[in-house]
Design a protein around this ligand. Sequence first.
Ligand code: NCD
Length: 305
Amino acid sequence: MNNLIDIMEMSTEEIQELIDKALDIIDNPQKYSDVCRGKILATLFFEPSTRTRLSFESAMYGLGGNVIGFSDSKSSSTSKGESVSDTVRTVGCYADIIAMRHPKEGAPLVASRSAGVPVINAGDGGHNHPTQTLTDLLTIYREKGTLENLTVGFCGDLKFGRTVHSLISAMSRYKGIRFILISPEELQVPRYIITDILEKNNIPYEEVTSLEDSMPKLDILYMTRVQRERFFNEADYMRLKDTYILTPDKLRNAKESLSILHPLPRVNEISVAVDKDPRAIYFKQVANGKYIRMALIMKLLEVNA
Ligand code: NCD
């Protein structure tokens, strides 16, 4: 049985197959509209979500399947003290595939051991978010026509931002990638990413604090929200939350060909005035999330058009 817990479980070839499938779905949605008839996706969201949960649900409906689940763990038996293992073992009796988001790092991995059906990690604490990474890779591929030879800047909360951890890991396997990691010192990328991914594979990277200084070098700018819910105290959050605010003015030295991504939700870190700039593609990124999840569900359920 297949799960997707960590993006590094997929080879770059498998990722490319999913991207190609998503591109075909975009061009020929009709061809796929019935391939999951009779199948059920369960979305178990123990943390808030708009895009991830609804894109999974929309993806399953787009494949002709059905959806069950909960978007608030307070309405599930978790609130009575049930373990993750027992919950997913139960859900595995009612669904063919499970997408799960949980505040505890590793919870989807634990779930995958007792579910009896494929489990997809839809975000686990400050750890990983592999389906956002698939979304990001499809978005970059559609924009640039390649995933190679790019200077990628990550800006904001690189410590707690799970989308950042998964995307750095995934992109480190493509040729000619260099990273510029832009954050306050307190919110730098966790050491294990530096040692186990970047240094181990000799990937060029810089850790810097200035967004403006880095701007002219970037092909991709991946902005992120400061992850308030992962902070130990509110005072630190208040001090750091507005460290970076992208405005049209700050884009003056950026390349014409820059692509600005953000997994969303945005709080203050991108001014709405930037939305009009053709380089801002975070809402295209939202749309791509549905198609790549359609491709992923098909793969894990082993269905074909
Ligand atoms: C992200 C997440 O949940 O990690 N959102 C998403 O899934 N698109 C980013 C965030 O919450 O800041």
